[in-house]
Design a protein around this ligand. Sequence first.
Ligand SMILES: *Cc1c(COP(=O)(O)O)cnc(C)c1O
Length: 403
Amino acid sequence: MDPNVPYEPDWALATLAIRAGHERTAEQEHAEPIFPTSSFVYGSAAEAAAKFAGEEPGNIYSRFTNPTVRTFERRLAALEGGERCVATSSGMAAILSTALALLKAGDEIVASRSLFGSTVSLFDKYLGKLGITTRYVELSDLDAWEAAMTPATRLLFAETPSNPLSEVVDIAALAEIAHRQDALLAIDNCFLTPALQQPLALGADLVIHSATKYLDGQGRAIGGAVVGRDRELEEVFGVVRTCGPCLSPFNAWIFTKGLETLALRMRAHCDNARALAEWLEAHPAVARVHYSGLESHPQHALAARQQQGFGAVLGFEVKGSGAEGSRQAAWSVIDATRLLSITGNLGDVKSTITHPATTTHGRLSAEQKAAAGITEGLIRVAVGLEAFEDIRGDLARGLDALA
Ligand SMILES: *Cc1c(COP(=O)(O)O)cnc(C)c1O
């Protein structure tokens, strides 16, 4: 951490989220300012030369040095307990920049099967073109991770808990497997955020974020970030600096202000999600609920140990006869809603509902869907912060009609 930034690392997360990262300017502003400027000006040719040569710290050009972006980076690094953070233009840009920075042709990735769809396309189509290959394993099966590794494996990549089935991997055990042969472990911490899970403290090397989701929390902007040690982050910074997938100052400001309420919001998201999961589990039209906060979840104990909350994305399967009947039942529940938004997005104060088999996971073959547990009756809800009774009532309309 930069010693010039006025915050104390032993502050609690809620305090860091509000206070860390902002270096007050000579204007003595209270709230964090926005610096919408592409470049910066120097007092002399010698000062410009020293800054460009990296001999003197300071701002040069907003592709890689912007004070508003830096405030967000420092705040998120403090929350994740990382030495450094590099912000990016999107969550996908964070994953791409990490891969370009740390991998080369011939290297291999081992990743969990249940990943964000675009992450799989990035690995298979675009990294594949560069000679970097990816092998996929069952998220929670540690033996499968180990078996998929070869001497060329440089990166292990997982999302935990998974979307939409809320499966969990033991991060500490996976880190140990990675480090046994000098591979790095990257955790996409989008679903829980540092308010509920700190992968670096559990042994992961890198944390990836789509800031678009809960870090903003109100569905306003696209952005991303990578957090970790100086050693790896200096390489990621080099990619962003040179290749240009940088975060805009305005979006950085939105995320900085979003972080201030992160702990509070995540607690409220979790409370709503848990209440909804319990209600769904007892509903006669529901066959199964996938939420690691439920005692019926096969990995509830691990989730309770490794996480400070269970998040707000849950899946549930409605009863129906056969694939066609199940799809019709699921669609009828979705179409009966008036409050929930029918959209694939998540991490918003607004609750969203989606049918994974025909949207987010629609590109998968029937076999791939079966392997990933994406049935035709499965519905995903990303539970927002509306009053619980209203969310429950909105789902009850369709479910009661089925029962
Ligand atoms: C949304 C998402 C991403 C991609 O982030 P963008 O900001 O949309 O580029 C990556 N991982 C997970 C888990 C996501 O939900």
